[in-house]
Design a protein around this ligand. Structure first.
Ligand code: HEC
Length: 168
């Protein structure tokens, strides 16, 4: 089926060669996409939702959401302080808003008994990452600070892949 007559040989070879080239390019493209995917492994539109649903009352759910929205906002303000090289502000905000103290305060209104132990572990890991960030900010060295910010974000993502809030 793939045997080529003499007349069509050169044309066939050209087709084969360009086909081969195309495959290589596509493969390289896929390799690139693979690299992107390996760091962005959550696309809620493409994968079925297998997250464990935590049944919270309406008010605890609202409180949980308010804390989350504040987390995101706080991270943006922390990033802003880092961009402006206001390290003291960045440190203070991290400590006050995503450190251990904040956790005790926030959890008090969120029916902590309804969250599985593994959720609490992920939450603790997240606050630990924040405390580590608090420790490195005074170095004023972005090469140390940025990996710590990244670790905080990784801890946010680690929990989001596993859990969602449902009604209960
Ligand atoms: C221990 C688990 C956990 C950690 C850590 C965590 N989250 Fe969440 N977050 C959740 C859950 C559960 C939801 C609800 C998701 C759902 O029901 O779809 C949520 C929802 C959110 C939402 C959506 C709020 C809305 O309006 O619905 C934002 C924004 C958010 N989180 C930001 C963050 C940020 C930023 C961090 C890290 C600084 C973080 N979260 C860390 C568990 C976590």
């Amino acid at each position: 089926m793939c045997r080529l007559s003499d007349a069509s040989f050169s044309k066939g070879t050209t087709v084969l060669l360009s086909g081969g080239l195309l495959c290589t390019m596509v493969a390289a493209g896929c390799a690139d996409a693979g690299r992107v995917h390996s760091t962005m492994h959550v696309n809620p539109c493409l994968i079925p939702d297998t997250r464990y649903s935590i049944p919270l009352s309406l008010s605890a759910g609202k409180e949980h959401r308010a804390v989350m929205l504040q987390h995101l906002e706080t991270l943006q303000v922390i990033m802003n302080a880092l961009v402006e090289e206001d390290y003291e502000l960045a440190q203070g905000l991290t400590e006050a808003h995503i450190g251990f103290f904040r956790r005790r305060q926030a959890m008090a209104h969120q029916e902590p008994e309804k969250f599985p132990a593994a959720y609490h572990d992920l939450a603790l890991a997240h606050h630990e990452a924040a405390e580590e960030l608090v420790r490195v900010i005074p170095s004023k060295d972005l090469k140390q600070i940025l990996p710590s910010v990244n670790n905080v974000l990784k801890a946010c993502v680690a929990c989001h892949v596993e859990y969602r809030v449902g009604e209960g």
